[in-house]
Ligand binder design. Sequence first.
Ligand SMILES: NC(=O)c1ccc[n+]([C@@H]2O[C@H](COP(=O)([O-])OP(=O)(O)OC[C@H]3O[C@@H](n4cnc5c(N)ncnc54)[C@H](OP(=O)(O)O)[C@@H]3O)[C@@H](O)[C@H]2O)c1
Length: 295
Amino acid sequence: MDRRSFVQGTAGTVALLSLSPAIRATVRMRARKIPSSGETLPVVGFGQSPSFREGDYDSARRLLDVLLEKGGRFIDTGARSQLVHGRYMQENDAHEKLFLAANMRTESEQEDLAYLRKSLEIQGKKSLDLVQLQRPVDFDGQWRRLRRWKEMGLTRHIGIAVSGERYFPMIESLLQSGTADFVQFNYSMLEPESGERLLPMARDKGVAVVINRPFVNGRYFPLISDKKLPEWAAEFDCDSWAQFSLKYILANPAVTCVLTETTKPHHAADNLSAGFGRLPDDKTLLRMIELIQSF
Ligand SMILES: NC(=O)c1ccc[n+]([C@@H]2O[C@H](COP(=O)([O-])OP(=O)(O)OC[C@H]3O[C@@H](n4cnc5c(N)ncnc54)[C@H](OP(=O)(O)O)[C@@H]3O)[C@@H](O)[C@H]2O)c1
């Protein structure tokens, strides 16, 4: 890079950082690559909110509008939630804009295949974006099926979606096998264990990582409800406790996307804002974890 472009680039960065949060929101959300396919994904997505699971279309539509307005794309779906997502994509011609993860959770090949074909019909896609094995019971058999379905072109990516340390050895051996496009597991300041082994390994092996439970199944918010956000959070463009947790997670470069769950559009906007602006550096990450663990 020559001196002129360097100076212009630096000036551009400084100018961007000095913008108000409202103006910064017009800049695109940070995105990271899915190593196996080279596609990019914006770093904050949606989990299975009750509004989706319960098929409350009006509430779901408001949340999905916010997701698209903020430049988000990834949604973790289930049997019922994909009905609202399918309808929304149809009404808004949003099939390419949304990236949906379907979850397989039965032991029966027939049932799973029927569900997968039904999902293709509901989602109106030629090939599913991602199929994840959830709650594995017969891992080897189920994983063979997922690989076959990918070979058949029924899905473009395959992965596993679990939560809890008991599954970590299974994820490690899957990462070693080199056959997964995605792995999904829990990671946060209150549950940092996967940061030690799984995240570095996923990065080495070139596997996309989706993080669940950023708010620890509801444990996070009661912990900080009467606490003031520290002023130094502004140093990494963080203006809420939700972003404090999400930016901690996103500071790890192995994380491709973090899932957030809410029924409220203003909470969705808050969570998605974590995908913009600066991220904490290593020194700040230690400060953040010390603070949260002191509560
Ligand atoms: N595959 C697996 O094994 C697995 C396991 C666990 C979780 N997950 C995924 O991970 C996702 C997220 O899990 P989680 O444990 O982080 O969610 P969670 O704690 O269960 O739910 C989020 C809670 O935080 C509140 N909230 C969300 N955003 C907020 C904000 N900005 N400010 C204040 N409150 C806020 C929500 O309430 P409001 O509705 O009032 O906003 C809700 O009560 C789930 O949706 C699920 O898809 C997957």
